[in-house]
Design a binder for this molecule. Structure first.
Ligand SMILES: [Zn+2]
Length: 354
């Protein structure tokens, strides 16, 4: 049983020689609900001439031949791990959405940026990945993307907090290095190195480059009787304001529609879920702290006084006269439960006073 899914991006340079004869992969059977998203796109891009249907289909791992893929040992390692290792792989593709390395694809010419990214986001490409993870029951998902390309935007829009068996998800990118070819080689080498150590350690640097790991797994409080336990959890960290202990108050709202980003489930009530609220209020100084959780105990947002932080998008907002004003995004290299996060939050709070 493979538990870890590794995802990387497609590339511009393509090859037309099959290097993995006899290999094939049936992606459709793994994504029965969302395969239509990919089919519709392939049809559209074929009609537009972006996908060259006259080219002979070959495995994606043979087709892609850019700097990432030409890194010594990479293709063989991927083929080997699919065959006997503990990893599964998917390639995020501007033309096909997602392809398995052994899936046969035509030649095509399209990059993940601008209108193409918007198309994929609107059509629900993140949902495809969500379903693939669920049917494969992967507990860890790691992406390797370029900092400047849009692949990571698709990855971030997956509803990570809704995937039941997931333990950790996130993506790596190389920072502080110039030159696309160098960055892609480093990214592939980093992936090889992490495959070899089973992602046990996540290095902060690699061959003189800076590594950023963006953890997209949300804070999770695992509990059976959620409402009661949530309250107990918040009581544990007793909260004192103006010399008094402030008791947390729990509210449960009936339904909450998650921030869907287009796609096929927009108005489907089965996608709604209970929404738990915990708040602290000091009636003396009017200090206010407010957490929202989904039905599984994931923290969705934290509000302190007039500042809201959204765990799904990493964005800060300041509330002013009933309007929300964007106040920036938490830097990728800051983890949610770190001191750096608290410091960053305080900075935004200071901004909200001025
Ligand atoms: Zn107070």
């Amino acid at each position: 049983m493979k538990h870890t899914l590794v995802i990387f991006q497609c590339c511009k340079r393509k090859n037309s020689t099959e290097k993995f004869l006899e290999k094939d992969f049936d992606l459709d059977s793994r994504i029965p609900r969302t395969k239509k998203i990919l089919h519709a796109a392939v049809k559209k891009f074929s009609n537009m001439g972006i996908i060259d249907v006259s080219s002979k289909p070959i495995t994606a791992l043979s087709r892609y031949d850019g700097h990432f893929y030409r890194t010594s040992g990479l293709k063989l390692k991927i083929a080997e791990e699919i065959k006997n290792g503990s990893y599964e792989f998917l390639i995020m593709s501007a033309g096909y959405g997602f392809v398995h390395p052994f899936q046969k694809i035509h030649d095509y010419e399209q990059q993940m940026k601008g209108k193409t990214t918007t198309y994929w986001l609107n059509k629900g490409l993140p949902k495809v990945l969500e379903e693939f993870i669920e049917t494969g029951r992967y507990t860890r998902v790691y992406g390797f993307f370029s900092k400047s390309a849009d692949y990571r935007k698709i990855f971030e829009k997956v509803n990570w907090h809704k995937i039941k068996e997931l333990k950790e998800a996130g993506y790596f990118y190389i920072d502080g290095v110039r030159g696309a070819s160098k960055v892609l080689n480093l990214s592939a080498s980093l992936m090889l190195s992490l495959l070899n150590n089973n992602f046990e350690r996540k290095p902060k640097s690699f061959k003189d480059s800076k590594i950023v790991f963006v953890n997209t797994t949300h804070l999770r409080i695992k509990m059976k009787k959620l409402a009661k336990d949530l309250l107990a959890h918040y009581r544990q960290n007793s909260f004192v304001c103006c010399g008094k202990i402030i008791e947390p108050r729990l509210n449960i709202e009936t339904v909450f529609e998650p921030g869907t980003h287009g796609g096929i489930y927009d108005n489907d009530p089965s996608e709604w879920f209970p929404h738990y609220d915990v708040e602290y209020k000091c009636y003396n100084c009017r200090y206010y702290e407010h957490y929202t959780h989904d039905a599984d105990g994931f923290i969705l947002s934290l509000t302190i006084n007039k500042v809201i932080f959204d765990f799904t998008t990493r964005e800060f907002d300041i509330i002013e006269n009933d309007k929300t004003i964007p106040a920036g995004r938490l830097p990728d290299d800051i983890e949610y439960n770190s001191e750096a996060f608290q410091e960053y939050f305080e900075k935004v709070l200071e901004k909200s006073h001025s």
